[in-house]
Design a protein around this ligand. Structure first.
Ligand code: 26V
Length: 807
């Protein structure tokens, strides 16, 4: 790919890249491999970023500005080079300089590894927020863990998911700066002793050192560069020479190994008991290091710890960092000698908490004995906070013992557990949901009793996505067209996209819009051909469901409908079927049996359907391996139809739904999460809604829902379910899907059966709309035009004004 030119017309930037290659990478042009060029390019570009970074830091300091701290166990930032170049507005220039060296920038961008430090939506949201914070020129730090392996890499072997370590750091990481001087002790275990002066002291049994590794985050137009500070762990005694000299080589390194284990992998969000203790250690490790860093910075800049809430807003991204509440209390009381009440006032004013799921099994709680053994001082503080909370609750009207039990930080039903959501709620002045419906359900379900006690605390901040990465960078064709039509103000203010509304009625604009979608589909077709040997027709309707595999997201509903459609096409080949390509991608947690089986089913169905000549290519199905941010950046711009089909009430928001609509796909979806608000913005005629509402789901569950009767009453559904159950798609193991299908007959918690007919009807409505091409294109343009509100700039501006007080 890379040939060296002896071009005489090399500009200064080309010279600078070669200079970096020689002096920083230690290679000459002839010996340089693609990764050497990539590193040299990043290091060269980085120089400019670092200057903006220092300017930003200095300016915030000089202004005595309040800073935002976003604590998150996940940051799914993906690749950084294209993003950084786009936001610096230097991409053309760098491409030109590299061309002078015989190097193609897009090929370098393509070999950069994805920083896959997240499971899904929550982690990607954190990354979009970091970009918007910098774009809005708000001084902010993201705090998390620098996982050496991050999220696993998925391989599909004979249709089954295999998990492999993601080696994203294999070629080093030229973006990061290790800050050995910013290091903190983080203790675990041990005991709490009271001194004679009444001062409490925690004496941990073990400790590791948290070391900061910083990555610059470039905002749009490089207005500001903020810091993503990820912690790595080193042992205080990395090499025990005495043990080594005794011949105990492993023992000599044991401490270092324990420290490294702490930052090795990100836990999949639905993993079970395995690794529980390690997960709690990770949470405390990064919370403690981050809070110590924030307190240190505040005292250094402002002197008095009591002004912390005026100068720091700490946002907890879900409950993963909730132990920070107890950690700040510990530092304020034990190290800064504040009274409990004063410390509590400061803590509540400083923290905000964002909830991202209502699934009961996803609400974190820790067995009390584990919490107490690992964090004895924090346990005492949790009890003290709880005593105060319950005292307040008992004073309020109408709070009975049931309500007290629900409000308590300790779950006393069965094995006693510490409830992290209640701790986060109690310790924060703001508790927010991530879409309107989700926030309403927070008030009426999991937090109902806490909400009654503190009715002003819960608020909504509907999620958003950054239009830089999710339109400008991933869809350059559409971006160019939009720029030509309405100018380039939409990258600064996505609401300006509404200027496209009248263009929907312009036939020639529609043609050009459609040509860009087709070109994006062709690019995806080529990629999937090269990557997995697939042959797809770019003129078919591309129907895409890409997200974590989970029963509530109902990939199974989509697959069963695919089977029913396949059956219909076979029975009625004479009908005017719309050619469809069904694409799936997503990872299943390694311990989640049904999710892994659903991946296998998608692959089994794909094999059978794709090799059936009788349907004449009218239907193709594919499961694309190793879903990550970069794959999303390819698939989203190529989609015609976006599948957002969760059981109503279960998807807190969704953000993939926003990415697709912004790139001109129509949504088929339930009235769940942000789908509802998307519908309100794009208009009822430009989205396809089906299925039960959240209220109807709740009512049906309460009434004693009988899915068996529904299946038996629907010929299409029973044929599809029975075909899967009896091994039509798994002749090598006919019983493979028997239990999965029996689950639908017996309980069907996720209402796949209840929504099936409505979903099928909606899909045929999609076919009809697709057949009316002008109408389809009009709708897709109106989607793009009306999605500006879902920019994460809007979301962050709301957090900044209403929670953090920094705008
Ligand atoms: C966690 C767990 C843990 C154990 C069992 C099953 C389970 C299922 C889901 C989760 C999700 C954890 C939180 C999360 O990632 N929520 C996602 O956050 C996005 C950003 O707000 C939002 O768009 C998604 O709807 C929401 O699922």
């Amino acid at each position: 790919m890379l040939t060296v030119t002896n071009d005489t017309a090399r500009g200064p930037l080309a010279h600078a890249i070669v200079d970096t290659l020689v002096h920083r990478i230690g290679k000459d042009e002839h010996a340089a491999l693609p990764h050497d060029w990539l590193a040299a390019t990043i290091l060269t570009v980085r120089n400019e970023i670092v200057e903006r970074w220092m300017d930003s830091t200095r300016a915030a300091h000089a202004a005595g500005a309040k800073r935002v701290y976003y604590l998150s166990l996940e940051f799914l930032i993906g690749r950084l080079l294209r993003d950084a170049l786009a936001n610096l507005a230097r991409r053309d220039e760098v491409a030109e300089a590299l061309a002078q060296l015989g190097v193609a920038l897009p090929e370098l961008e393509e070999i950069e590894s994805d920083a896959a430090l997240g499971n899904g939506g929550l982690g990607r949201l954190a990354a979009c927020f970091m970009e918007s914070l910098a774009t809005l020129d708000l001084p902010a730090y993201g705090y998390g863990i620098r996982y050496v392996n991050g999220m696993f890499r998925q391989r599909i072997d004979d249709g089954w998911q295999t998990e492999l370590p993601e080696t994203w750091l294999a070629h080093g990481n030229p973006w990061e700066f290790e800050r050995r001087e910013s290091a903190y002790f983080v203790g675990f275990g041990g005991e709490v002793i009271g001194t004679e002066q009444g001062v409490v002291q925690w004496v941990p049994a073990e400790a590791v050192e948290a070391v900061a590794v910083d990555t610059p985050v470039v905002g749009w137009r490089a207005r500001r560069v903020n810091t993503l500070r990820l912690w790595t762990a080193i042992s205080l005694d990395p090499f025990k020479l005495d043990a080594f000299n005794r011949g105990d080589f492993q023992g000599a390194l044991a401490d270092q190994l324990r420290a490294e284990t702490l930052v090795r992998v990100l836990y999949p969000n639905d993993s079970t008991a395995a690794g529980q203790e390690l997960r709690l250690r990770q949470e405390y490790f990064f919370s403690s290091a981050s809070i110590q860093d924030i307190v240190r910075r505040h005292v250094q800049y402002f002197g008095d710890i009591r002004t912390l809430p005026d100068k720091a807003a700490i946002q907890l991204n879900d409950t993963h960092p909730a132990v920070s509440v107890a950690e700040l209390m510990r530092l304020l009381i034990d190290h800064h000698d504040l009274s409990f009440d004063e410390a509590w006032g400061i803590t509540q004013k400083t923290f905000g908490y964002t909830n991202h799921t209502l699934l009961p099994e996803a609400l974190e709680s820790w067995p009390l004995p584990l919490f107490e053994r690992l964090l004895p001082r924090h346990m005492q503080l949790v009890y003290a906070i709880n005593a105060r909370l319950l005292r307040e609750a008992r004073k309020a009207d109408g709070v009975d013992e049931r309500a007290i039990a629900a409000i308590s930080l300790i779950d006393e039903g069965g094995e006693r557990r510490v409830r992290m959501a209640n701790l986060a709620f109690a310790g924060a002045h703001s508790v927010n949901g991530v879409a309107a419906l989700h926030t309403q359900l927070m008030k009426s379900t999991v937090f109902a009793d806490l909400h009654r006690l503190y009715p002003d605390r819960i608020n909504n901040k509907t999620n958003g996505i950054t239009p830089r990465r999710w339109l400008q960078e991933c869809n350059p064709g559409l971006t160019a067209l939009v720029r030509e039509a309405i100018g380039d103000g939409f990258s600064d203010d996505a609401l300006k996209l509404t200027a496209l509304v009248p263009m929907a009625d312009d036939a020639s604009f529609r043609e050009r819009f459609a040509a860009i979608k087709r070109a994006n589909k062709v690019a995806l077709v080529h990629h999937l051909r090269d990557a997995m040997g697939l042959r797809l027709d770019p003129d078919a309707l591309f129907d895409v469901q890409i997200k974590r595999i989970h029963e509530y997201k109902r990939q199974l509903l989509n697959i069963i409908e695919t089977v029913a459609l396949y059956d219909q096409i076979r029975s009625h080949p004479e009908r005017d079927w719309v050619p469809r390509v069904k694409l799936f991608a997503g990872k299943a947690a390694s311990s989640y049996h049904n999710a892994k089986l659903i991946i296998k089913l998608a692959n089994d169905v794909a094999r059978r359907v794709n090799s059936d000549p009788s349907i004449d290519g009218l239907l193709k199905v594919a499961f694309v391996p190793n879903y990550n941010v970069s794959l999303a950046e390819r698939m989203v711009p190529a989609a015609d139809l976006s599948e957002q089909i969760s059981t109503a009430g279960m998807e807190a928001s969704g953000t993939g739904n926003m990415k697709f609509a912004l790139n001109g796909a129509l949504t088929i979806g339930t009235l769940d999460g942000a789908n509802i608000e998307i519908k309100d913005h794009v208009g009822d005629d430009h989205i396809v809604i089906f299925g039960l509402t959240a209220d109807e789901v709740a009512a049906k569950r309460a009434d004693g829902y009988r899915p068996r009767e529904v299946i038996e009453g629907s010929k299409e559904l029973s044929q599809a379910v029975n075909a899967i159950a009896s091994g039509v798609f798994s002749p090598d193991d006919p019983n493979r899907y028997r239990d999965l299908m029996n689950g639908l007959y017996d309980s069907d918690w996720f209402m796949v059966v209840a929504d099936f007919d409505s979903y099928t009807a909606a899909q045929r409505q999609v076919d009809a709309r697709w057949a009316d091409r002008d109408r389809w294109r009009r709708s897709t343009i109106l989607n793009v035009a009306n999605m500006g509100w879902f920019s994460s700039d809007r979301t962050i501006a709301e957090y900044a004004r209403e929670i953090w007080g920094v705008m």
